[in-house]
Ligand binder design. Structure first.
Ligand code: TRP
Length: 463
């Protein structure tokens, strides 16, 4: 997969390879780090309910549309629109995607770097507890290790930059050397282990005294908080849904272009969406009981998981070992996402601008590297980049569904959905109804209101 430069385009080797790569892209920091804190900030159960509705009614159709655009053209997002709609301005949607990828890739890789810090620190604490004033590695040591580490680390300059650069290089290395040999192989083993570990955390967390309240918070819809800022919150639910599914900026157009013609697109999309949502909800079930059991503020923000995970580990025998394992696997989950972003830029540079794969990768790394370093030194820039998916991804998703709903011929749609007649198309009418009407209207409406409410937040006099 993906090794070929110009001409000899590669594709995913097996059905499992497709699912592994797509689930690898979708499942990542968006599920473990972003989802719990966004849910926590926006009122819990009611937000989750809206989120799940968006996932099903908008997420699945957008994902299928991206696959259809990518696989029919077998090209990067810009090339795919050019090929499907020659002589029109549609390729600008692909361009918007490529630009969004730069921004999201940059800040995402910064956060991915944090996991490395935790991996390395937990090893140091396990191996050399004496250095930190402890006779042996125990849970008091764990408390000290985690307390304030997040703040002192993220407020530092050099360590976040170093880990960011390491993460960027790892991603670049994998993308240059081709994803098939490495990632497909490791994803197969590591993703299931990650799931098991997550389940262990869940079982520890829900048995904490006072943890039940966390489950109530997560699953019992209470709309009070949403009523206070409905437009902003609902747009954030949409943005989080897009972010978690990796849709709205052409990542899945690119991956879709590597899917073989015999693969079933609808089935693939539904499996990926189900797996991604399952993992996000599991992360919620791991985090919120502990949040409530230990009196942490659910609306704490981006450091929520970094504050909450330690207290779960502390309550487990051999806590630091669990912490180490968890961060290693989280780091891996993050890399399978960063490569899917870098792959978009690389596919664009190499196919549209005729660069070699290696040159394209290095150029993308350097340019995204600058953005990422600005992110690590400026919390404001980080905040803006981290908020950008809420606007950019729905915008991209809007054009993608409009394209499939209104500009892609019915005949081609049927060809893609049935994989040239190999599969019976189920729910064709429902799909068309969703991409023609429901998804575009809902996105446009939420986008307009969300932007309006953000603007009047900044300039209250306009309200
Ligand atoms: N979905 C990934 C996560 O949840 C992040 C990601 C990968 C992404 N590719 C993307 C987000 C494309 C938006 C667009 O961690």
């Amino acid at each position: 997969m993906m090794q070929g430069g110009k001409g000899d385009r590669d594709s995913f080797t097996s059905k499992f390879g497709v699912l592994a790569a797509l689930a690898g892209s979708a499942i990542g920091l968006g599920n473990i780090w972003r989802f719990p804190y966004v849910v926590g900030q926006n009122g819990g159960g009611a937000f989750l309910l809206i989120y799940v509705i968006f996932i099903a009614a908008i997420g699945v159709p957008v994902m299928m549309s991206e696959f259809m655009i990518g696989r029919s053209a077998r090209l990067n997002p810009v090339g795919a629109f050019k090929k499907n709609a020659p002589g029109t301005k549609w390729h600008l949607v692909g361009m918007l995607g490529v630009v969004s990828v730069f921004i999201i890739f940059a800040f995402y890789t910064v956060v991915a770097g944090w996991t490395l810090e935790y991996v390395v620190q937990s090893v140091r604490w396990i191996l050399f507890p004496a250095k930190f004033g402890f006779e042996s590695m125990n849970n008091d040591a764990l408390t000290l290790f985690f307390s304030d580490h997040y703040d002192s680390f993220t407020q530092g300059i050099w360590r976040p930059i170093i880990w960011f650069v390491v993460m960027m290089c790892l991603t670049g290395y994998i993308v240059i050397s081709g994803v098939k040999n490495g990632i497909e192989k490791y994803t197969k083993i590591l993703m299931p282990i990650f799931l098991v570990l997550l389940l262990i955390l869940v079982s520890r967390s829900i048995s904490l005294e006072g943890g039940r309240e966390g489950l109530v918070f997560l699953f019992k819809p209470d709309f009070t908080q949403i009523r206070e800022a409905p437009f902003r919150i609902v747009l954030e639910a949409l943005g989080q849904a897009f972010f978690s599914l990796s849709i709205g900026m052409g990542t899945l157009i690119t991956y879709g272009s590597y899917i073989k013609r015999k693969e079933n697109l609808a089935g693939t999309a539904v499996s990926v969406v189900a797996a991604d949502t399952f993992v996000a909800i599991l992360a919620g079930i791991a985090i919120f009981p502990a949040v409530f059991a230990f009196g942490i503020d659910p609306a704490d923000g981006p450091d929520l998981v970094y504050k909450t995970l330690p207290v779960i580990f502390q309550n487990m025998a051999g806590g630091l070992i669990w912490a180490f394992l968890f961060f290693v696997l989280l780091c891996f989950a993050a890399i399978t996402s960063t490569i899917s972003m870098l792959e978009v830029i690389v596919a664009y540079f190499s196919e549209q601008l005729n660069m070699s794969r290696k040159k394209a990768t290095i150029l993308s790394m350097i340019s995204a590297g600058f953005l990422g370093i600005i992110c690590t030194v400026s919390p404001d820039v980080f905040g803006i980049f981290n908020a950008s998916p809420d606007l950019m991804l729905p915008l991209g998703g809007f054009f993608i569904v409009v394209f499939i709903g209104w500009f892609f011929s019915g005949e081609k749609s049927k060809q893609e959905l049935s994989s040239d007649g190999a599969f019976k198309i189920r729910y064709y009418r429902l799909f068309m109804f969703l991409v023609k009407f429901v998804a575009p209207l809902a996105i446009a409406f939420l986008f307009a209101l969300g932007v309006y409410s953000k603007v009047i937040n900044i300039f209250p006099s306009l309200g």
